[in-house]
Structures are given as C-alpha cells and as structure tokens.
Design a protein around this ligand. Structure first.
Ligand SMILES: [Zn+2]
Length: 247
C-alpha cells in the first residue's frame, strides 16, 4: 500500500491566494493616464458635438427656407410679410395686432413653438431665426418679392438671431416678457456678430440661410458672400444708413 506523501497537497487543499493590491504609485499612474486621456479627448468630443449642432441648425434653416419659397409660390411670389412684436399664442401683454411670419408659415412648416425654430446650440428652447426685412421696410413694402432678388446666392433670407436685445436675461439684455414670433430685422440688426455687439451662436460662427437655400456659418459679416440688399452687396448697417436711397 502506498501512503500519500504528507508534503504533497491536492489542488482542492490549496489555500486561495489573495490578489496583490495596487500600490499607491500604481494607482496614481492609472489615475494620471485617465486624466491625460480625458484632457486629450474632451475638446475633440466637445468640438464634434458643437459641429453636429451646427449641422442640425443648418438643416432646420433649410427647411425654413423651403417653407418660405413654398409660401411665396402660393402668394404671388412674395415672402411672408414682417410686422411688429407678436406673441404665440396671441393675446399676451406684449402682443401686437397682425400675424407673425412664423404664423404665416404654419401651413408650410409648423407652429411657432416647433423645435424647428429653436437653434439647437441655444441653451433654452425659444425662437432663434430671423426673417430678413430691412430692404423691404426701406422700400415701404411689407414683404420681399422673389423676382426682386438678383443676388440669389448672397441675399440673406434668414439666420441665427444673435442680437442680445432680443433675449431675456440672463441670455441677453431684453426686457420683454414674451418671445417674439415675428423676429424680423427691419429695425434691429438681429444677425449681430461679436464686432457688432452680438455673439456667435456656434463655434464656427452664425448660420446664415441664403435665397438659393444654401447655408453657411460666418464668424463675421463677409461682404463677398453676404448681402442684406437683394441686388447689390450691402451689410445691415450700410443698408440702414443708405435708407430709401438703397432701392
Ligand atoms: Zn444655429
């Protein structure tokens, strides 16, 4: 008979070994690597997210542009009329009579509370897009006729509203108790860049919709690409200064 060697132990008899704990130095190295990776990746992730929001905003502006052109097709070639400050729903203390351009577009797009009118880069839901109206106002018209636009790839139809006076505090300096559903720029330069006292809605600039329905982002007014006058290139301040002579 062979007796088992008392020095030999079966695997079942083996005492489980405790895993070796991390030393403090190893832990600090791991934390350091995580912090380094986060430092490298976070700006890239933030940049990618901001780019996605700007692209989404551009797509919304193009939908608004298509609705504006459909409206014009049904209304003798005229874009929706601009008017004063209008609330949605109507009848709130700041409301004035008459429809807003976003209300005129309802059969072609959505009601003025639709997220389509909210630029996704603005921190709270509100309406953020303008209807270009200064030239029509200077010509005693309440709407732009499409046939008057010869600078089709440069004439500004709409874009991000970046004038601080439109937004209530803490987002701007406005004193209104409601949000305008007729954001039109006949009296105030709503597409205001930082050098004009406004702000940039997106990291790449403010999105601008042109009559040919293309959208681009600009960090400042570009006289070679943009115009508030349908026939000759003029900035909003230049057009305002020209007054009725800018026909
Ligand atoms: Zn935007």
């Amino acid at each position: 008979m062979i007796l088992p060697d008392p020095q030999l132990r079966s695997p079942s008899d083996a005492t489980p070994r405790c895993p070796r704990a991390f030393s403090l130095v190893e832990l600090l190295v791991v934390i350091g690597i995580i912090v380094l990776l986060a430092t490298i990746l976070m700006p890239a992730l933030r940049h990618a997210r901001e780019s996605a929001l700007r692209v989404k905003c551009a797509a919304q502006l193009q939908q608004i542009g298509q609705a504006l052109l459909h409206y014009a097709n049904d209304n003798k070639g005229c874009l929706p009329a601009f008017s004063g400050w209008h609330t949605w729903p109507a009848g709130l203390p700041d409301d004035s009579q008459g429809p807003a351009w976003t209300i005129e577009l309802m059969p072609y797009l959505a009601d003025p509370d639709s997220p389509l009118y909210h630029c996704p880069s603005f921190p709270v839901p509100c309406r953020n897009y303008l209807l270009s109206s200064l030239w029509a106002s200077l010509n005693d018209q309440h709407a732009v006729r499409l046939s008057a636009i010869t600078l089709t790839s440069r004439f500004i139809l709409s874009g991000d509203v970046t004038a601080l006076s439109v937004y209530p505090r803490p987002y701007g300096t406005g004193n209104y108790t409601s949000m305008d559903s007729d954001l039109s720029d006949e009296a105030t330069d709503l597409l205001a860049f930082p050098e004009d006292g406004g702000f940039l809605m997106h990291r790449g600039g403010n999105n601008v919709l042109f009559e040919d329905l293309h959208v681009d982002a600009f960090p400042r007014f570009d006289p070679d690409a943009m115009s508030f006058h349908p026939k000759c290139p003029l900035s909003w301040p230049a057009l305002k200064a020209a007054g009725p002579d800018a026909k």
